[in-house]
Design a protein around this ligand. Structure first.
Ligand code: NAD
Length: 354
């Protein structure tokens, strides 16, 4: 029987690629308003799925799909997939690392520069006629603008995007670039001119802090009332990683109390953020709509690799990115006893990558 794939993501999948391999593909976009029951109905009989962020691909969804072998997302974040459940069930959670590294690093820089150079405020003042009519307000901006040269920049998470950010910010002449990332060695950080430090040293010394870690149980509310209290009063915080890393209530209080100077967020704990959320009423905060990774280039490349991941795995080849590598052991055990969902599909883990 032909293998079946569902594309429920925004990616425009090249259906001919699947058809040439004898795989049936159906396309039906789902989103925040799709019920879990409808989501399960679409995925129940398929062997592979190209998925988006919502609905969440949680244990209930994965357990309801006896044939599912791979779920594939565009981009690097896989926090919408229950990874332990996928691993236990023998389902690969694939991603496409690196497709939007440049865009996210650029976006973090854009938020930071908007806040240091008050681009929003000064543009608003000029358009309101204040350059000629309110010279005192214009003069006041001069005392609030900041330079990056000579400062300390802190990067939380020095993976692909953290390193791309380090490369960019180096050109601005900071005195020091420090990073908290317990999972990489100093020899790697050296390549980017970055000093690895403890979280506490980063928080207490950095003038600018940018977050580039995944959302995990370890990073949930990593930025909270306690960590915000350890930051310098002139600190500017940028989060282009994932919303749940920052406690929104603690951030609101810190910004309103002037405990830190400003923040720029591309991601929020609840997405889309409630229009009535008190965070949106705060002047020293910029929020963009989880758009840091976007560009036509990253969209096309991400969609292509997301589809290729499904095709590669279902035809016995290694995917571009695998977020739960421990699943290889589960599948090996399944194949040795009862192959279950992997019956009849060649083993990708022993095959060469393209
Ligand atoms: P990556 O896997 O290359 O790097 C993540 C880094 O975080 C790694 O070096 C890892 O060691 C480090 N890390 C993990 N846990 C940590 C912890 N507890 N404390 C400190 N460091 C920790 O991923 P990447 O490509 O650099 O992406 C980073 C994050 O950016 C993604 O996980 C994703 O959530 C987010 N992202 C957001 C957008 C967007 O549109 N806003 C787009 C792409 C990626």
């Amino acid at each position: 029987m032909a293998l079946k794939v569902a594309n429920v993501s925004r990616a425009m999948a090249d259906t001919s690629m699947f058809e040439a391999a004898g795989i049936e593909i159906s396309q039906q976009l789902v989103g925040p308003n799709t019920s879990k029951a409808d989501y399960i109905d679409i995925l129940r009989g398929v062997d592979g799925a190209m998925i988006g962020t919502l609905p969440l691909t949680d244990r209930e969804v994965l357990e309801a799909c006896p044939n599912l072998k791979i779920v594939s997302r565009s981009g690097v974040g896989v926090d919408s997939i229950d990874l332990p459940a996928a691993t236990a069930l023998g389902i690969l959670a694939c991603n496409t690392p690196g497709i939007n590294t440049s865009e996210v690093a650029d976006h973090a820089m854009a938020l930071l520069l908007s806040l240091t150079r008050l681009v929003r405020e000064t543009d608003g003042a000029v358009k309101a006629g204040q350059w000629s009519d309110n010279p005192q307000r214009i003069a006041a901006f001069r005392g609030q603008l900041r330079r990056i040269a000579g400062s300390t920049v802190g990067i939380i998470g020095l993976g692909n995007i953290g390193r791309a950010f380090a490369t960019r910010i180096r050109g601005f002449g900071p005195k020091r670039i420090v990073s908290y990332d317990p999972y990489i060695p100093q020899t790697t950080a050296d390549l980017y001119g970055v000093q690895l430090v403890s979280l506490d040293e980063l928080l207490t010394t950095a003038d600018y802090i940018t977050i580039h870690t995944p959302a995990t149980s370890e990073t949930h509310h990593l930025i909270n009332a306690d960590t915000l209290a350890r930051m310098k009063p002139n600190a500017i915080l940028i989060n282009c990683a994932r919303g749940p890393i920052v406690d929104p209530v603690a951030l609101q209080i810190a910004l309103q109390a002037g405990q830190i100077e400003a923040a720029g967020l591309d991601v929020t704990e609840q997405e889309p953020i409630d229009p009535e959320d008190p965070l949106l009423g705060i002047d020293n905060l910029i929020v963009t709509p989880h758009i840091a990774g976007a560009s036509p280039v990253s969209g096309i490349e991400g969609g292509r690799k997301q589809a290729e991941n499904v095709l590669l795995v279902l035809t016995g080849r290694s995917p571009h990115g695998l977020a739960n590598p421990e699943v290889i052991k589960t599948i090996a055990v399944m194949r040795a006893t009862n192959a279950g969902r992997w019956e009849g599909v060649p083993d990708f883990s022993t095959a060469l990558a393209l």
